[in-house]
Design a protein around this ligand. Structure first.
Ligand SMILES: Cc1cc2nc3c(=O)[nH]c(=O)nc-3n(C[C@H](O)[C@H](O)[C@H](O)COP(=O)(O)OP(=O)(O)OC[C@H]3O[C@@H](n4cnc5c(N)ncnc54)[C@H](O)[C@@H]3O)c2cc1C
Length: 437
């Protein structure tokens, strides 16, 4: 009797110890950072994991989609770095340099507009006046625009889950992911467990939460998502860092009408083009006499997809373009193709399919990627670092941890930055358990 009691007691004791070693961890979001965190946790022996994902797919802002002959990336597509950033005194410099030559100054100003669009598309900002002239981003060495050979950026998710190239030992986290679960509330200060409440009424409790949704989601919902409220420094950081959007529109043509010399078209709109663009004949949003179509920064063929072109839009028109119909968008793009290219390409045909992903209006993203603003640079340290700081229980346990691209002060806005942030938060937990009794 005594020995069986001892056995039960030691089992309880054992499972308590085991439970401490295998805490219940919930990851919110199955994007790059969430999948990175889950795979690293699993590899380090933490198996008690659940991933709650609002969408009906994993990947988040990695969204490769079979369209036409190959995969296209509606979200992230290049393994990239970034060059040094916007110098918005540029405008003055151009004026000073060509002030005595009116014609050259006009061309320079038109080209400056191209540069503005390039910067806004690169940074995902609605205005280049918000973008900080310096930032804490560190450019990775090597090539800055590596593609995925027609397989799409989703390949990186398979690599992390060890599913790539018929791997014999995939990391089994698929059955830990629960799709279509929109987290509405994280109650993080209860003495024992953190509670999570979802939109469909489901609730979960756990020892640790790793939050990964975008800065856009934080900006929109930080007041209602967390109970108690986030500390004031975090709220300041969430407000200060920028998050706008770019828009990629893919057009599939029944027949390829361009040749191999067509690498990328960058439009330079002079003032008479602009006036024409704003005419009533071109439907869709307008601002100050300019049509939305002038927000197209470039149009280019899609690698491995012979019949596809992708048109890139950046800047203040993006939210309005997202709300426009496919027909309006297609008519506008065809207008520019015909206006600018019909001499070289008399056989431009109509596309038979068009596809886009509206990142800004999607409540699970509310933008494409974060950038440092003039405002965030005025604060004393990279604000992503402040968002990344975990919130602790009274006993000093990290109960609410933050990952995701915005929390990476040196590689924000990228997939590799998101992955690093997922790894970082798991290392934080590993460290915590290494040093706790
Ligand atoms: C159009 C576009 C082009 C890009 N181009 C590049 C590029 O060329 N190179 C590059 O490196 N990066 C690029 N990026 C950026 C890159 O995609 C992101 O930095 C990265 O994928 C972000 O990963 P994440 O895990 O931080 O966030 P996310 O991918 O946003 O993952 C967060 C997840 O949380 C989920 N979620 C949101 N709210 C909730 C909720 N309430 N409850 C539960 N789940 C929720 C979301 O659905 C999402 O799946 C691009 C992004 C876009 C959109």
């Amino acid at each position: 009797m005594c020995s069986s009691l001892y056995f039960i007691f030691s089992l309880l004791l054992f499972s308590r110890v085991d439970c401490l070693k295998d805490p219940n961890i919930i990851i919110i979001g199955a994007g790059a950072s969430g999948i990175a965190a889950a795979t690293r946790l699993y590899q380090n022996g933490f198996k008690n994991i659940t991933i709650l994902e609002a969408e009906n797919r994993i990947g988040g802002r990695i969204y490769a989609f079979q369209f036409g002959e190959a995969y296209i990336d509606l979200g992230s597509q290049r393994c990239r770095g970034q060059e040094n950033n916007v110098v918005y005194e540029y405008n003055e410099e151009i004026r000073a340099r060509w002030k005595n030559d009116v014609n050259k100054l006009a061309v320079a100003e038109d080209c400056l507009d191209v540069f503005r669009k390039w910067v806004e598309t690169q940074e995902g900002s609605f205005s280049w006046f918000n973008i900080a002239a310096t930032n804490s981003y560190e450019v990775c060495g090597g090539k800055l625009a590596l593609g995925w050979n027609g397989l799409g950026y989703k390949t990186i998710l398979d690599v992390m889950m060890q599913k790539f190239l018929d791997s014999k030992s995939p990391i089994p986290i698929d059955d830990k992911i629960i799709l279509n679960k929109v987290v509405e509330k994280v109650l993080w200060a209860s003495p024992d467990r953190t509670e999570i409440k979802c939109a469909n009424g489901a609730s979960y409790s756990c020892d640790h939460v790793i939050w990964t949704p975008s800065l856009g989601v934080l900006k929109h919902s930080y007041k209602t998502l967390f109970q108690p409220q986030l500390p004031i420094e975090k709220i300041t950081a969430i407000k200060a860092i920028g998050m706008g959007a770019i828009l990629k529109i893919f057009l599939h043509f029944p027949k390829r009408w361009w040749n191999d010399d067509f690498e990328r078209i960058i439009y330079v709109w002079n003032s008479s083009d602009l006036q024409r663009s704003g005419g009533a004949f071109l439907e869709g949003p307008q601002k100050e006499g300019k049509s939305w179509i002038t927000a197209m920064s470039s149009i280019l063929p899609v690698p491995k997809s012979p019949n596809l072109l992708s048109a890139w839009f950046g800047g203040e028109f993006v939210p309005d373009i997202e709300k426009s119909s496919d027909e309006t968008i297609m008519n506008g793009i065809m207008y520019t193709l015909q206006t600018f290219l019909s001499v070289d390409y008399p056989n431009i045909s109509l596309p038979n399919k068009i596809i886009r992903k509206n990142w800004y209006t999607d409540p699970h993203f509310r933008g494409t990627y974060s950038y440092e603003t003039v405002e965030s640079r005025k604060l004393d340290k990279p604000q992503g670092e402040i968002i990344s700081e975990p919130l602790l229980s009274e006993e000093g346990k990290p109960v609410l941890l933050f990952a995701g691209e915005v929390t990476n002060p040196i590689h924000y806005s990228t997939v590799h930055g998101a992955i690093e942030s997922g790894f970082r938060e798991v290392d934080r937990l590993i460290n915590f358990y290494k040093h706790s009794k």
